[in-house]
Design a binder for this molecule. Sequence first.
Ligand code: PFF
Length: 452
Amino acid sequence: MPESRCLQGIWSSPWIFIFAASGSAVGLGNIWRFPYVLGQNGGGAFLLVYCLCLLLVGLPVLVAEVALGRTVRSNPIDTVNDLSERRIVHKAWVIVPWLAGISGFLILTFYSVIAGWSIAYLERALSGQFKDISQLGAEAMFEGLLANPTEMLLWHSVFMVLVVLTVGQSVTRGLSALVRILLPALILILVGLAAYSISIGNMTKTLEFMFAWSWQDITFDVVLAAVGMALFSLSVGMGAMFSYGAYMSKRMSITRACGIVVGVDLLVALLAGLLIFPLVFSFQIDVEAGPSLTFVSLPIIFGGVPAGQVVAGVFFALLVIAALTSAISMLELFVAWLHEKFYIARLKAALLLGIVVWFIGIAVLLSFNHWDNKIVFDLNFFELLDEITSMILLPVVAILLSVLVAWFIPRTMLQNEMITKQSNHFEWWYRTLKYISIPAMVVITLAGWIGA
Ligand code: PFF
């Protein structure tokens, strides 16, 4: 298919895909979600399973999503419609991109609220509120934020405005410059902060917690959480990477590019763990605290760090940008579809979708205070959305998408796309996807549901 078919154009440099995809992958998932899920799932055993999931499930599914995107150069919904018109696949498969879009959309409703917390902390950092803060002070600060829906609404709204304005522009333009600076800066500041945290915190316990494991710690819950986390963290199963694949230059090897994205994503998550846990153990913060873990630990670190106000300001600014470059990819599927199919301007499409996300986000932020009541299965609205997306939608979409690519899309179509002069990992990827990733995802997901 000619490169000119893509309505948004092709990214000029092959590296832009790596930056954009890493920008989508690296976000609150790495810095906020990974440490607390690691904490809730026993540490080392989870990390081990998580790395295996990244390699045997996340990477092959990521490659599948990107390869399909680049092969067809269109948005996921039109792609499946097009393939069914050409009688390559049945039209029922269109359910996959729809579910993918819906899960990205639902994730954004709570992602934006958490990103709002990061903006609130940016404001607190800049006004010097972390200075010499005690553990009790940090806990009170976080609880104070959760108890204040008006403030949460303000930052959630600010974040959604940023998302709509950024997605409203062409993805090819908006992203590259931002991520090119963001990623190296984020990694650099994480290395510095992790070194500081290690120097003042409990390193021995951290290493033991993060890297030691025993067989009996590997339960189905742990495995299911690891699969969900791997898919969430790599932004797969939501059509985001598919859309970026559609803009990817033919000159880049898909497997190599995706391998780099997985490596960067894991590196950032590990650095976040090494930043948070030394402090968690030395201050005896509950490792199973859940979503509050990162937001309680970080102020304590910044409170003691030299030039803490500036460092904290830079850190939270980077975190907000990282959240932004992830959030925009969650809306990309539907924005691209509305734009390409109905010629609705990107900004208008982003605005329409953004308003709905913003509304649902209000229910999410209220579930941390006024609507804290459990709706079903002992879960409040936020927890319910989190469970539905990471335990059901993400694995189901990832499985269906992989089955579509591995069993229904003609092999030659993918081969033509993927076998290039620089790369012949096709067989390796194809077999892993077919015989390892798909069966593993099916077994783990079903077992997790039955056990849940
Ligand atoms: N991968 C992002 C993170 O770790 O923060 C979250 C994410 C981005 C999820 C894009 C889904 C998505 F479509």
